[in-house]
Ligand binder design. Sequence first.
Ligand code: ADP
Ligand code: MG
Length: 260
Amino acid sequence: MSPDLVHARVFESLTRLRLGYVAERLDALLAEAARTEPTYLDFLDNLLREEVGSKQRKRIAMGIQIAHFPTVKTLDDFDFKFQPSVDHKLVRELAMGRFIAQAENVLIFGPPGVGKTHLAIALGRAVVEAGHSVLFTSATALLAALSRAETEGQLAERLLFYTKPKLLIVDEVGYLPFERRSAHLFFQLVARRYERSSTLITTNQVVTQWGTVFGDEVLAAAILDRLLHHSHTLMLSGESYRLKQKKKAGLLSGSVSPAK
Ligand code: ADP
Ligand code: MG
């Protein structure tokens, strides 16, 4: 059979097998092989690795899109020196994503500006890279969505939507107090996810304040009970990173020189 026909057939087979990346790069890969003369095994290995690598990149890009992270933050751009209070080793361990298989939760506590959201996003990205589904939401948006769904008779569907991801990140719990009804909806969600999938919470409120946040001590205790049962805790402290940047720029030093 003519080489052209075989080439066409290989291309068709690759496409049918959905090995699109290799199909697209077939000519370049063949030209390179003609030049470097790899063994049959090395050639096959290289081909498959290219395809696996491409599929992996696509899956991660899709997972990150689905997660709805508000910004791009990574562990690499987190300055652990500025935040010595944080357990560096635990963060690295969590980033491997093993807590997901155990349906363990993560709670990040700390005052404003110390990097809670940054770490939540960075860990979320790492979990996507480890192959799990992630959804990021602020507590306010989550509660608004659940309340709306309840009013519209769509609560079951909405709860399912927030129950599905292997990791649900709820950012900024405690910045605004929950209404009583919202607190109940939040409890329902936490109860559904309990021991099935992981939830990561960031909060500026210590647990003793959660009664105030949820407007009900008993409900707060029930929520905390489930969140804390199998959980990892990161305590962040110190001053706001944002303010530090401003201080550096001389904006908050108290000795701002008058404009000339
Ligand atoms: P929080 O959620 O605790 O209020 P953020 O995570 O939003 O704080 O952090 C505020 C800003 O400061 C973000 O832009 C974040 O990337 C940055 N930031 C905070 N801590 C660090 C850190 N240790 N290293 C690098 N950037 C940081
Ligand atoms: Mg935040």
